[in-house]
Design a protein around this ligand. Structure first.
Ligand code: 16G
Length: 167
């Protein structure tokens, strides 16, 4: 099931064949070599991140057990990661020691738009967040993408403001 799919990033079997040479799977430690940072550069500034930096951060995320669920689509024909979405699972004291999810860093390679890959990643990680027992999930997006996310039940909450301080 979706949760089992996202739990391990090492098993060879741990993928879903989408046809068209595309597979859905968790991010792997060797995805630096499959253009993962290049994919992320379509979203925002990535800075100087070499393979060693990538692997170190990957290991740190793995060590934070059950916290980072990074779901990707790979084009196996050219061995490129072409879409990615991260679910961050945050444990809390409130809401009966509940938990919430955050969706981060959704990106689809420009050459792979229009294939509903964003919908696929959202569907999978929404299900994972429900299995994890999150009482809510949230995300931030620019104006033009609001309609897209509203289709998945996300909405601007009355009286809630998203505040941000940048450094
Ligand atoms: C978008 C992303 C957010 C990402 C940010 C990067 C989604 C749903 N939202 O808001 O996760 O971290 O862009 O922009 O993917 P920044 O580099 O300006 O913070």
């Amino acid at each position: 099931d979706k949760f089992e799919l996202m739990k391990s990033s090492h098993s060879q079997e741990n993928l879903v064949d989408l046809g068209d040479d595309l597979v859905l799977r968790p991010l792997k430690r060797d995805d630096f070599g499959r253009s993962y940072m290049n994919l992320l550069s379509h979203l925002t500034e990535i800075g100087d991140v070499n393979q060693q930096d990538y692997e170190k951060r990957f290991d740190q995320m793995k060590q934070a057990d059950n916290t980072y669920f990074i779901c990707v689509v790979e084009d196996v024909k050219n061995q490129k990661v072409v879409a990615s979405l991260t679910l961050v699972y945050e444990q809390k004291f409130i809401r009966h020691t509940g938990s919430r999810g955050r969706f981060e860093d959704m990106v689809v390679d420009v050459d792979y738009r229009g294939k509903k890959l964003s919908k696929l990643l959202l569907d999978v990680l929404i299900q994972v967040s429900q299995i994890l027992g999150c009482y809510k999930i949230s995300l931030e997006c620019k104006d033009p993408l609001r309609k897209h996310y509203e289709q998945f039940g996300f909405c601007l909450e009355q009286g809630q403001n998203y505040l941000c301080r940048r450094f």
